[in-house]
Design a protein around this ligand. Sequence first.
Ligand code: TLP
Length: 345
Amino acid sequence: MSEIDLRSDTVTKPTDEMRDEMATAPVGDDVYAEDPTINRLQEMAAEVLGFEAGLFVPSGTMGNQVAIWSHTEAGEEVILEGDSHIYIYELATMSAFSGVMPRTIKTDNGVLPVEEVKNAIHPDKYYLPRTGLIALENTHNNQGGRVYPPEEIRELLEFADSVGVPVHLDGARVFNAAVALDQPVEELVDGFDSVMFCLSKGLGAPVGSVLVGSESFIEKALVGRKRFGGGMRQAGIIAAAGVYALENNVDRLAEDHANARRLAGALQGMGFSITPEPTETNIFFANTEEIGVNANDLAVELERSGIVIGPRDGENIRFVTHLDVDGSDIDKTVEAIEDYLASSS
Ligand code: TLP
């Protein structure tokens, strides 16, 4: 029985077509900038996002952290949302490797209010830390794949520009945001100083992310990537999966969003409460409090039918749809959860 894995969009496996591209990709030593497939991916990524240059990195975490290292000086602060991936799941690397301090703003929707960002920037006094960077996340993982409203992005970028602070986007799932808004990704990321996006999530590649920015930023980031241990050699083999993903797997993200919406709707009908409601992209949280079901028990039971879900605790489950989950998998999941609720009531 094939497994239905709803824990994350990181679990996708490369398709035969993607593997063919990987197997036949021309390669060279990337330290000499001689890997044609990496060069192609970097150029493609820069072009699609509307930036001067791109840098292939092994992971989203490395992309974000190399961006922070490249934009900041030790002793500065980075303003970011209190539930952001960079702050919660990246092992305080900004402090450990770049010597900077996070200054978080807690929100209930992942959107940084510009007034609060203004207040978080200290007056220009020699004894107060300078703000080296502001970082946003779109879509917001811990907010259940919420899309950052474009007008809020504009307002924040205008403010940041007026005070000369660069802004980085953790755009691990920025293509999901673009598809959800039916807007070119280039428009959504216009005005950021750097953007990291992941090939290894909804786009279905097994490995890799790309960091884009100006030529001079990417020159610095190249040094950062090496320093962080992410310099690669004939990695065109994996970059080829990224090229394939950008060419073939962007528009289909709409299917993942539709599947998430349908699954969330069915769960809501069973009494789960859903965040965000309505779902916006391929991620949502389902809370079991009102139906009195333990999320961990439900996960154990579903695993017996080959369905893997990711409870955060006894009451909250993150569901993520992706390339390896189709409409019939959603039907099977709904049925299995209905059966569980019927048998445990
Ligand atoms: N997210 C993973 C886990 O780390 C939580 C997931 O399953 O969702 N930015 C955002 C917004 C992310 O969601 C992730 C990964 C990253 C950065 C880091 O990417 P990787 O895992 O490639 O380092």
